[in-house]
Every structure is written in structure tokens, then in C-alpha cells.
Design a protein around this ligand. Sequence first.
Ligand code: PEP
Ligand code: MG
Length: 592
Amino acid sequence: MAEQVSASERILRGIPVSPGVCQGRILVLDKTRFRVEKRLVPDAEISGELNRFQQALVKTREQMQETQRQLLQNLGANHAGIFDAHLLVLEDPSVIDEVVRRIQEEKVNAEYAFGQVTERYIEALARVEDEYLRERASDLRDVSGRIMGQLLGVSDQVNLAQLSEPCILIAHDLSPTRTAQLDRKNVLGFATDIGSRTSHTAIMAQSLRIPAVVGLKDASEQLASGEFALLDGFNGRVVINPTASTLAEYGQLVQKQVSLAEKLRGTLAQEAITLDRRRIVISANIERAEDVDSVRSSGAEGVGLFRTEYLFLNRDHLPTEAEQYQAYRQVAEALRPDPVVIRTLDLGADKLLPLLGMPAEMNPALGWRAIRYCLQHEEIFRTQLRAILRASPGGNVKLMYPMISGLDELIQANAFLEQCKAELRKEGVPFDPRLEVGIMVETPAAVAISDLLSRHAQFFSLGTNDLIQYTLAVDRVNEKIAHLYEPTHPAIIRLIHQTVQAARARGIWVSVCGELAGEVELTPLLLGLGVDELSAAPPALPPLKFLLRRLQFAEAQELVQFALKSESAAEILSRSVALARRAAPSLFEAKK
Ligand code: PEP
Ligand code: MG
């Protein structure tokens, strides 16, 4: 996949997910994790190898017991139980005895013997029909990774929150949790082997304003720390050892971006209204309370999606009601009277919380996430609902549930909310009694029953990231099938249309808060489909407003009439792109 351009310059191509260009030395993370060399060990050193293995087991046990202790303290025995299974793996004689035997008989180093044995067990377990046994494969993988880390002396991950010098990070994967930790001062940009445009890692990069490229396939294997690189987050490239002419070319690109930003500054305070006077609300998506500054400076009219799960990540205890209240209140007050849509916890899938001992799942995107998790963890859910209710008098707060796939979930969630309101009334704690409650429409099921759901919700917000993933059966974080992730697929256009019609029939408003909302080339489609609001990452908003002010609603509606009859995603895409480019050519000149 590396394209040889000159003796030293190499270009790796991936998927651009967060705009910007940066250059610097690269730091490759976790590189040695699974590279285990076979070494023959002289007889005199065998006992030393066995000892190293025992020490790694002991250290791993100590670490896991400490995590378990913290879990027990914060969440109680139910959650800490997950580690019991993991600890049992550490005592499993079938694995341990075989590793010992291999070290003694084959006279090999401990990590090699250990890797051979565990890989065989993991593979065998992963293949069996029985779900319980298959789960043990993931326990074994988790624990063996920790033991291997001890043996190789690489168990301490680089502290991404505090790097000693500026660098471009290269990793096989960066979980949203690790991305949220990044030291913004020293991480110039990052690139990963896996991932795609709507993975939460990509979304976090935009929010942190760190240029990023994902889906580079094997960059973390190919590259070595210390190499000099240029990362282009506009076009999805990482250039290793860029030549002087490449650097000059990129200098011009950056210059064009700077002049475009200047030009867009003029639109910030203006309304997003089309030439034929169709008004669209432009809001921001945020992940952390401190993002409010960027909401105002991007010209947003409020927050259309506050992804609250980031308040829960990277900490050693769950945020209390008071901590959550403070965060929500701070955002509500800062943006008053503009609305702030606070989404309840959407953990699960790629946002796992180690603190809760959330298990790895076979099909995480279809698994125990979001509202499903919350409805089974009353305490966590009620604490958040109370915090949101208490924050509501501080501004214009709205509440939203993620991943609704059936009417019962919505009714149950609303029942919890009513209970929390009753408690607060009893306690004499004020809240906004007219607090609007809406849902994310992000499963095909929710679209199909949007007429029913609209009876119990005061607004819809289309989560196109998940809606596309579930409708097209295309994993949103899998770079191998990223080409199948088509926002203009006729199925997607029809589902958005159906949702808007159901909302219209009931007189409720509809927003789009998936990444689609920030893609200017597709704005004509969303406009024509009749949504009331577009909510996207703050950096995406100025171009969006600029374009909307140059479009005709009537023309966008004609485009949608065409799209609803079209057989081809490519045709819909090219017509929308053509319309956007014709209306605002200068927006597109700054790309390479
Ligand atoms: C979505 O699915 O489009 C969405 C906005 O939610 P998230 O990206 O957090 O899953
Ligand atoms: Mg979603």
C-alpha cells in the first residue's frame, strides 16, 4: 500500500477524518505488542525463564486484583464479578502447565512458549459453538495480553496525556477512550490502521481539532518511531520523508485553508437561511463540557448533541450526580437561551468503560449499548436523569435517548424520567417541567415505527452514523468495507424521508446529528429532505452556513424528488455534489 514516489518519500493513503495538515516526528504505539521472537535458552537459564513466567503471572494477578478492588468500591459486586473469570484464567493448569513444559522441553523463552500455547487455546475456543466457551476465548485473550505485556516489559502504555515532545501518533487502533486522553499540546496529528469516517475515534479527533487519518491498513507495522512525516487530514495521506516540493505544495494548501477560514468568518453571526428563505438551525455536537467555547466561535445556535459518555471515560470512579449536574449546568448556562440537547449515556460498542467491567462482545454494535445498557443499570441511568433534570433550569435543556429500537424502550425510559421528576418534586429540587424529550433515530426499526415513536417524543434526531451502519449492514469502524458505507444509498435517503414525514405528521421537529450533517457536499440533500436542524462538529459549521446561504430550497427539493426515485447511490451523490459546488465553488478550492 505504500506508493514509492522518490528514493525516500513514501505516501500512505487512508481515510481523512479530521482536517488539518501537520508535520513532525512519528511515534508508533504498541508496536511490539504481539511481536514475539523465538529464542533458544541454554540449560543453565531455564529456571530463570520459568521464574520470569511465574513473576509475570504474579504481577498480572496483582494488577487485576487492584482493578477489581476499585470496581468493587465504585460499583459493587455485580460489576466486579467479571474479573473473577479473568483471574481464573491465571490459574488454569491446562495453560500454565503446558507453558512450563514447553519452556523445559523445547528450551525456549517464556514469551514464545506462552504465545504459542495461548494462541492455540484462543483459536480453538473461538471456533466452538457454545457461547459460554467462546466468551472464555475473549477472557483468555485479554489476560494473555496482560501477561505478555509483563513478559515483554511493555505493559505500561505510553502516557498519551503527557508526551515529552510534539509528535504524530501512529497506532493500529486508538480507542475513543484513549483519543479523549490525548495531550493536545504535543499530539500534532494521528493516524491509525483501522477505523473509518464515522468511528468515534474520528469524531473525537474533530472535536479535539487534531488532524487525523484512519484506515491506513498496516501503517503501524510499516513505520518506525522517529521517522519524519507530514499528515494531511484533508485528503487522508501520510507522507513519510516528504520532499521539499511536497512540503512547498502543502504550504500552499495550508495558505488556501487560512484564506477560506477568513472568508467564512463573515458568516458566523448570520442566519443559516437559503436564498428562497428556508431557515435551518445550525447546532454543534460536543463531547465535553469545555467544548462550549468552540460552540459559540463556530457560529452554532446551540448544541444539537452532547455525547455525555465522555464524562464517564478515563476516570477511576463514575461521575456522581453532583459532578454530572455541574457539567450539564455549565453548558446550559453558557449557551442560554440557545438549546442544549443532552444525550443520555451511549456506552458500549467501541466506547467500553473498563470501570464498569463491560465485556467484549461478539457483535458489539448490536450488543449491550446505550439505552439497552441504561435500562438494565437503573442506578447509573437515574443518576444521570436526575442530574439532567436538575441542570434544566440553568438554560434551555433538552434530553435525548440513544439507540431506541422499540416503543417499549422509549416508554420505559420515560417512566424512569417521570419517577426522577417525582423524587425531585418531593425533595423540593427545581427542574424545568416542560423539558423536551426526544430520541435518536438511528436504527432502521426506529424509522419503521417513527409514526408510533412520535407519539412519545417531542423531537427526532437522525443519528446517521449508526443508521447507515445498521441499514446497510456495514460496520462503521471497519476500513475494509468503508467503500460500502454510502450515505447516499437510496435506502438511506428513503429512511430519512420517512422519518421527516412521520415527524411532520405529528408536528415535531427533526434534526440530523450524525457526521452526514457536516458534509457540505451532501447538504443539498438534507436541506431538500426537509430537516429542521443540522448538528455537527464545530469546525464543520462555518462552511455549512456559508453554503446554505447560497442554496435554493426549491432546487434541493427537486434533487430529493430525483433521489427518491433513483436506483444509484453514485448518481445521487454526484448530483448533490454538483449542486453544492455550483452554489459555493470557493468552499471546495482549498482541497488538494
Ligand atoms: C450517530 O449514530 O449518528 C450519532 C450521532 O451517534 P454516535 O456517533 O455517538 O453513535
Ligand atoms: Mg449513534
